[in-house]
Write a new protein. Structure first.
Length: 88
C-alpha cells in the first residue's frame, strides 16, 4: 500500500489513467468490429467506409501508446486485405 503522499497520488492517477486507456482500447475494438461486420455481410462499399473511418482511430491509438505500432499495422493490413478480397 502507498505510504507517502506522492505515492498515494500516483496510485490515484494510475487508476484514472487505466480507466481512460481502457475506454480508448475499447473504442479501437469497436471500430474494428464495425469493419468486420461489413466484411461478413459482404458489403464492399460500407466496409470501405468503415475501414477509412477506423484507420485514423487505430493510428492515433498507436501514437498514444494505447496499442503497439505493430499491432496497429497488423490490424489495418489484415482488414484492408479482407476488404480488398470482397471486391474481387
Amino acid at each position: 500500500m502507498a505510504n507517502s503522499a506522492g505515492s498515494k497520488k500516483r496510485a490515484r492517477q494510475a487508476v484514472k489513467r487505466r480507466a481512460h486507456n481502457a475506454s480508448l482500447r475499447s473504442m479501437v475494438r469497436t471500430y474494428v468490429k464495425k469493419v468486420v461486420k461489413q466484411i461478413e455481410a459482404k458489403n464492399y462499399d460500407e466496409a470501405t467506409k468503415a475501414l477509412s473511418s477506423a484507420q485514423p482511430v487505430v493510428d492515433s491509438m498507436a501514437r498514444k501508446g494505447i496499442i503497439s505500432k505493430n499491432k496497429a499495422a497488423r490490424t489495418m493490413s489484415r482488414l484492408s486485405a479482407r476488404v480488398k478480397a470482397l471486391k474481387a
